[in-house]
Design a protein around this ligand. Structure first.
Ligand code: A3P
Length: 329
């Protein structure tokens, strides 16, 4: 195993965190990044430091909305849907000036890990309600105020086979910008993914934890599946709006507002907008917005994974979920 110092150029802000980091198990993840195991979940060093600052300092309000996902499970889509639903009186969906026409969804709903990466104790008090943020952290890493307030959490899960394929493509797309980098082979990436060694992984652990919490606290946590959004976006939009306390009125339903939101946020529409074809944003590095839009389909794994890979990953996930009532396929 490489030492942390050999491969991680991230310089933690505090000595305390540096010491913690050096005490944690360390591996290269499914996307080849150095990642560290903290309380059963794998993090990039900067994400862990930010997640810990978020946990320590973020003060939730009852009106907040937190979107929680594993990477590559449809976060970009969920951000656009929730933003469009919650801001529909301020920005009518068919308005030619709707923010989603000129801003990537990550620009309208920021990641808490990025906010707290840049500033370990930011002042978020002037942001008007509803404040909408997203995160990849597990439920247990959420600040106490998020867990105890009435703020709303929406969790979106996705079939791990599709998550893996999406992540593998994504990782290789990012590597294209790094001179002399080698593509990540599917075999090495897959082996690590099956062991759960992936950013914010294992994704099935995270999904199971949010699933259990959503059963315990249905008023606060809405559990969604990417596949259900794809199968029937209108009914899922109604669930989202109802959960967030802004259900669609019958007038809105008759006027086709739900269909308009579905169309505005559809893969076809968003991925063809100029901002998402040519724009860039700062993620953990500068990335082109188009990397968040690949195929947007259910079941693309069938074209990529071998039967033995499918069997292996299915077994890992089924073993973990066994008896829970949650299925991820
Ligand atoms: P694929 O790589 O399978 O195409 P995340 O936003 O969490 O990074 O997830 C990215 C995945 O969501 C990618 O999946 C991407 O294509 C898909 N996606 C992005 N926008 C979408 C949309 N509006 N509708 C459906 N899928 C979308």
């Amino acid at each position: 195993m490489d030492s942390v110092q050999d491969v991680e150029c991230y310089v933690p802000e505090s000595n305390e965190f540096q010491e913690l980091l050096q005490s944690l198990p360390f591996e290269r993840g499914a996307m080849c990044n150095p990642i560290h195991l903290y309380k059963g979940i794998w993090y990039r060093a900067h994400s862990l430091e930010a997640a810990m600052a978020f946990q320590r300092h973020f003060q939730a309000r009852d009106t907040d909305i937190i979107l929680a996902t594993a990477p590559k499970s449809g976060t970009t889509w969920l951000k656009s849907l929730v933003f469009a639903v919650t801001h529909r009186s301020q920005y009518p969906v068919t308005d030619q000036n709707h923010p989603l026409l000129t801003t990537n969804p990550h620009g309208v709903v920021p990641f808490l890990e990025l906010i707290y990466r840049n500033n370990k104790n930011p002042d978020l008090t002037s942001t008007p309600p509803p404040r909408i943020y997203s995160t990849h952290v597990p439920y247990t890493m959420l600040p106490e105020s998020v867990q105890t307030s009435k703020c709303q959490i929406i969790y979106l899960c996705r079939n791990p086979k599709d998550i893996f394929v999406s992540m593998w493509h994504f990782g290789n797309m990012l590597l294209k910008d790094i001179p002399s980098s080698q593509p990540i082979t599917i075999e090495e990436s897959f082996e690590r993914f099956c062991k759960g060694i992936t950013m914010f992984g294992p994704c099935w652990e995270q999904a199971l934890e949010y699933w259990k919490k959503s059963i315990e606290k249905p008023e606060e946590i809405l559990f969604l599946k990417y596949e259900d959004l794809k199968a029937n976006i209108n009914s899922q939009l109604k669930r989202i709006a109802k959960h967030l306390g802004c259900p669609f009125s019958s007038e809105e339903e008759n006027e086709g507002v739900i269909e308009d939101i579905a169309n505005l946020c559809s893969f076809k529409h968003l991925s063809n907008l100029e901002v998402n074809k040519t724009g860039k944003l700062f993620f953990f590095q500068v990335v082109e917005n188009n990397v968040f839009f690949s195929k947007g389909e259910v079941g693309d794994w069938i074209n990529i994974l071998t039967p033995s890979m499918v069997e292996k990953l299915d077994q890992v996930v089924e073993h973990k979920l066994n008896g829970s009532g949650l299925t991820l396929n």
